[in-house]
Design a protein around this ligand. Sequence first.
Ligand SMILES: [Zn+2]
Length: 377
Amino acid sequence: MRITAYAEELLSESDRLTGWPQRVLVMQKNWIGKSRGVEIVFPVADRSEKLSIFTTRPDTLYGVTFMSIAAEHPLLPVLISGRPEEAAVRTFIEKVKGQDKTVRTALNQEKEGVFTGAHAIHPITGERIPIWVANFVLMDYGTGIVMAVPAHDQRDFEFARKYHLPIRIVIQNPSGTLTEPAESTHRLAAAYTEEAGTLVNSGPFSGLPPLEAQSAIARFVEEKGLGKEKIHYRLRDWGVSRQRYWGTPIPMLYCERCGVVPVPESDLPIALPEDVPFTGKGGSPLSESPSFLNTICPKCGKPARRETDTMDTFVDSSWYLCALLRSRQCRGDGRCAHRLLDAGRSIHRRHRARDSASALLAVLDQGDARPRPDQGR
Ligand SMILES: [Zn+2]
């Protein structure tokens, strides 16, 4: 389901849900994960490749001391090819790929990485910046590569300390007490992540407050053709297919001649077969039922295969309100349909927009048989 096309709408319309608990609205906003920032291009030193990064903090651009790339990044094999570091990086990639993504990005997770041997060129200063593979960078969000600013990002800070990478302060706090860590001792106890203070060590942007610097640097980068302003969403399209028996069959067929063919409306609904052996060996149970699997292509009449995945449970629980509205009980009775719709609304409020299926059933069981007008549902 292409929900990414609705990201902005989902976000702005959530402001109209006045009766909803704050916690749910915050969850919704975080799930959409909108952020405004700049995409900046860092050329790779001595190679023709370019690395695109996304940052919400362009004001810290002068504080970049290394880059962190995801182990899954398609450019990584190119970056390490033929370098002495190649074997070590490949070992690290294999190790990271087996790790759970939620664990990899957890804040308290041990940050691990390895130097690729490659460098990027800072787009403004021209400085050579080492590129590291890091376990906490994923391909799923942003571009799969991050500009690391250890003085002003806690994750980068911990990584830099562990691997003795430079930490460069580019935002001085309002009281002016931040001190550059010396070679052997780290006097900075944690990253300074506030957006208050003044830019330092930042060329022509030194002296600006961070928020002002964000737009000034974004503008500069865009004017020089080094990048462009961008809006990013964490939201991803929704894969609705599941490898289990209970679920709504996906009404699609596969034909060798015609490709993917939708099941004609006259053949709907598709009933789940009753001759499925549950082997526990994994995969879609429906693929174990030849009577279900093998069918005829409605276009060319030749043998075809049915889709054997079923839909995610959220598809079932949202469609059946609609199905009940069309049930025999409601036919020819407009008021009945209205009552059911009203019941659905109050459930959505009461149950905090979670799965409403069981609550809906409870109401419907009595709702239609025992009409209770205006009892404040
Ligand atoms: Zn066909």
